[in-house]
Ligand binder design. Structure first.
Ligand code: TRP
Ligand code: ZN
Length: 885
């Protein structure tokens, strides 16, 4: 915990390091009640900083310095200065060697940053600034060093000792301890350092590179999980092949390792050659992991593997450039998932997520640009904006340059910057140079926060045969007060004739039509495009594939949206038309609810979904997506002032109406799919995901009827299925149903059967925390007393508290403020245990501007209570103070 007022760090203050570290030699001695870290740093003055020998200022936190020597001369207390976060000393020559020994306490590290223990194993998490909790160092990504690491620990408790790179020696010591030494030939920043010591088993495989050489692949897990590694291993091999084929990127070391740990702040970490994963992103098999979990494992394995090039070989100069590696790598993993599963479904999921959560972040007090220009605590900037919007920015570059031009640009980027720590500008420069284009204006996406609005209007001139589209862009002000200049907005579009066919697109001034779906760049605040040779008034299909992360508006009426749902050649936009239709219908219901009127559902929504259900040629996953009404969280995001109760009532009313009116078709779809599921062994592939996703959403509709035959079908699925996807859906359906006895029985049976599997118990917690039945907070409080729950495990906190505050909106936003008070108490408790998790759980309270005056006051009151609760971590301090500013 800090003792000084937290400092704001600015991008404009960036300076290259005064000193460099050519070699880093580390020896770890691990014990049960402390650990010792001996570091030998081979250093020199950074020639780029000129002559002279300024003081050397090393980062270090929570370290007990035991000894220090400069060029083998032991230093006395007066030869250096220590404060809570630095060690300062005066070098005597351009080149020198610094030796330090420190004592640290991984056994009591609950922040899960630096070296810590998870269960019985030691592991590390150094990104972003965790290495300074391990030893005194220049803990910044532009200091890249060659690491040699020796780990010494008790042989019996910690038979496996791992670090980055290649194993170069190991052996027993006296008194039951043993050692292993690892050497990483690739220079890397300290944030990519990793160490693991534990009683682990591994699954081993190999991958033959394009160039012919083999790589050894190992996934290390606790012994009881050895049967849950195959899916991650298959995903890894697919990822390695894909990066060779699509980006021409080969793996570089002879060994690649993944280790699964139970206590982890995020999804996973791309440490060089030794990725450390949250066990939730590795372990998967049919009986214990859902389809969504299987897909998440595949995507996260790919993401971390892809970082080997986009992040490790080419890394970030400073943390303001985080999206350089994260935005690019998210884009890479999204394309991988699109290629190996269903492209349109992946895009729908990603866009729904972005629009619900990133747009909300961009409209709140923590809004920041993809490349932020200041921060207090960098851990707070591993955000939806840096990751998901950052990925959209890279996607727009590809849209503008085309796939081939983009590949030329990425080849040049990797070639030019291999082994370097670079900036977002360097990435764009490589794209520009490889394609001979100027992306100066485009780069505003990196520096301007906020979600641009794009209002589109049309005009039709029958006599001239011209159709014009006028685009007006604007961007709301954000807390950074940066002036918003026009963005470059790539708009992919088509024009549909009355039969639903795409028209050839010829702009005024062009000799001939250029295709039927094309990308226009909107670069002015207001800009008109005129299409010629248009014989009858067309219907535009705008922003196909969601070609830019903007809020587009066009005055479609409901019949036009139904037409687009049927005919648009762009699958994404067919779904999007359905969403817009649903939004219009739901907003009408919300209005009726607020005025105390009888709710009346527009029958056009029923008939639109009726024809979706009746269309056997549509991909089943698409049918499932189209049946999913916009979430309460999304309806909140698009509201001026969100009325949580009216949103919930309106959406539930619509769902019930749909269930009643479409009952027979829903039941037929359910039975057909359940029949196949019953007779098919589980396969984690797109076609099977699709069948089960439709089966499951349909079952959740059917249960709204409350009919006994649906209860019977749900219980049959719950008892007789062979996989967690069907079982968990059946459980969730029961939990939200009126059948109390069956619900209780199923919950108990499930917990009894899976009590020893923490990841399955996380699901059990989440399903209950998300249930919108009355009394949600009391249920969550009771669940916190369950033996499987602990505040020390981030997965448990996310499963129970995160699901309650993020998904159970009616209960969390209870008018008496009880949900807010509860969350504030949790944040205060977590602040002392794990600041990163505390700060993330706080997010729902930062959205106070979305709610009515009474709720705003309650939410702000809780933020103030947190602010005044005592010694805050920099993580929580930053979010609370910005939320109240
Ligand atoms: N670089 C990690 C990723 O792949 C992010 C990450 C993992 C992280 N653990 C962390 C960031 C802890 C901050 C703190 O996205
Ligand atoms: Zn990442």
């Amino acid at each position: 915990m800090r003792t000084e007022q937290p400092q704001v760090i600015y991008l404009k203050d960036y300076q290259a390091p005064e000193y460099l570290i050519d070699e880093t030699h580390l020896t770890f001695e691990l014990f049960e009640d402390h650990s010792l870290v001996h570091a030998q740093l081979v250093m020199r003055r950074n020639p780029a900083r000129g002559a002279g020998l300024p003081p050397l200022v090393l980062d270090g936190q929570q370290l007990e310095l035991l000894s220090i020597a400069l060029d083998d001369q032991v230093l006395a207390a007066g030869d250096y200065q220590l404060d809570d976060s630095h060690l300062t000393l005066q070098p005597k020559s351009e080149r020198f060697t610094l030796d330090t020994s420190v004592r640290i306490h991984p056994e009591s590290n609950t922040a899960l940053e630096g070296l810590y223990k998870s269960g019985g194993m030691f592991c590390t998490q150094c990104e972003a600034e965790g290495f300074r909790k391990i030893t005194y160092y220049l803990d910044r990504p532009d200091v890249m060093s060659a690491f040699t690491t020796t780990v010494i620990a008790e042989q019996h408790r910690y038979p496996v000792l791992l670090s980055n790179g290649n194993p170069v020696g190991s052996g027993p010591q006296e008194d039951g301890r043993h050692w292993a030494t690892w050497e990483d030939p690739f220079k890397k920043p300290a944030y990519l350092f990793a160490l693991v010591a534990g009683d682990l088993w591994c699954v081993e495989d190999k991958f033959t590179r394009q160039s012919g050489r083999d790589v050894t692949l190992r996934i290390y897990v606790e012994p009881e999980n050895i049967d849950k590694c195959q899916h991650a291993m298959t995903s890894l091999k697919k990822s390695m092949r894909w990066d060779e084929e699509v980006y021409g990127r080969e793996y570089d070391l002879d060994i690649f390792m993944i280790v699964a740990v139970n206590d982890f702040n995020m999804g996973a970490m791309e440490n060089k050659g030794l990725n450390i994963f949250n066990s939730s992103c590795v372990l998967a098999r049919a009986e214990t992991a859902t389809d969504a979990a299987h897909q998440r494992v595949e995507a996260v394995v790919a993401h971390e593997y892809f970082h080997n090039w986009s992040g490790n070989r080419v890394t970030c100069r400073d943390w303001f450039q985080l999206s350089l590696k994260e935005g690019f790598t998210v884009f890479r993993d999204a394309e991988f998932s699109a290629d190996v599963n269903s492209r349109t479904v992946k895009r729908i999921e990603d866009v729904a997520y972005l629009r619900t959560h990133q747009f909300a972040e961009d409209a709140g007090p923590m809004a920041h640009a993809v490349r932020p220009d200041s921060f207090i605590e960098i851990s707070n900037f591993y955000t939806l904006t840096v990751y998901e919007k950052g990925s959209e920015v890279v996607r727009m570059v590809r849209t503008l340059l085309g796939a081939e031009g983009f590949r030329k640009g990425s080849d040049l980027y990797f070639e030019r910057h291999d082994g370097q720590a670079v900036t977002c500008d360097d990435f764009i420069k490589a794209m520009e140079d490889a394609n001979g284009v100027d992306l100066t204006q485009f780069k505003r996406w990196y520096s301007q926060a906020g979600t641009p609005r794009l209002a589109v209007s049309e005009s039709w001139d029958g006599a001239a045969g011209t159709y014009s589209l006028t685009f007006r862009q604007s961007c709301p002000q954000t807390p950074d007060k940066v002036e918003k200049l026009p963005f470059v907005i790539p708009v992919e579009l088509g024009l549909l004739d009355a039969q639903g066919n795409d028209l050839p697109l010829r702009l005024q001034g062009e000799d001939a039509a250029v295709g039927t779906s094309r990308v226009l760049s909107v670069i002015e605040a207001e800009q008109t495009f005129i299409f010629v040779d248009i014989a009858a008034k067309p219907l535009p299909s705008l922003l196909r594939g969601f070609s830019a992360p903007v809020k587009l508006s066009f005055p479609y009426d409901r019949d036009q949206l139904m037409f687009l749902m049927q005919h648009d050649t762009d699958g994404f936009n067919r779904w999007e038309a359905g969403q817009q239709l649903s939004v219009q219908v739901l907003q009408e219901l919300i209005g009726q609810q607020q005025k105390g009127q009888t709710l009346v559902l527009d029958q056009r929504l029923v008939s639109a979904l009726d024809s979706v259900l009746g269309n056997d040629s549509l991909d089943q996953a698409m049918v499932a997506e189209m049946l999913s009404l916009p979430s309460e969280a999304y309806l909140t995001e698009i509201s001026e002032v969100a009325d949580v109760d009216a949103i919930h009532a309106a959406r539930e009313f619509a769902r019930r109406q749909l269930a009643e009116q479409l009952f027979d078709k829903l039941l037929a779809r359910y039975q057909a799919n359940r029949e196949i599921s019953r007779n098919t062994a589980y396969v984690a592939e797109a076609e099977h995901f699709a069948r089960r996703s439709l089966q499951n959403i349909v079952l959740s509709y059917l249960m709204l009827s409350g009919k006994p035959e649906v209860l019977a079908a749900t219980l049959e699925q719950f008892d007789a299925c062979d996989n967690m996807t069907e079982r968990l859906t059946a459980l969730a359906v029961l939990v939200n149903s009126p059948f109390e006895a069956e619900r209780a029985k199923a919950l108990e049976a499930f917990a009894e059967h899976f009590k020893d599997n923490p990841l399955v118990m996380d699901q059990w917690f989440s399903v209950q925390a998300a249930s919108t039945l009355p009394g949600g907070l009391a249920r969550v409080r009771k669940l916190m007393e369950h033996p499987a729950f602990t505040m020390k495990n981030p997965n448990k906190v996310r499963a129970l508290i995160g699901a309650f505050a993020g998904q159970n909106l009616v209960n969390f936003h209870a008018a008496d403020g009880s949900g807010y008070r509860f969350l504030a108490d949790i944040v205060i408790e977590l602040n002392a245990l794990n600041p990163q998790i505390a700060s993330r759980q706080l997010a729902p309270l930062t959205r106070w501007r979305k709610y009515d005056a009474a709720r705003q006051a309650l939410m702000k009151g809780e933020l103030q209570r947190i602010r005044d609760s005592g010694q805050l971590s920099s993580d929580v301090f930053e979010v609370v103070s910005k939320s109240l500013a």
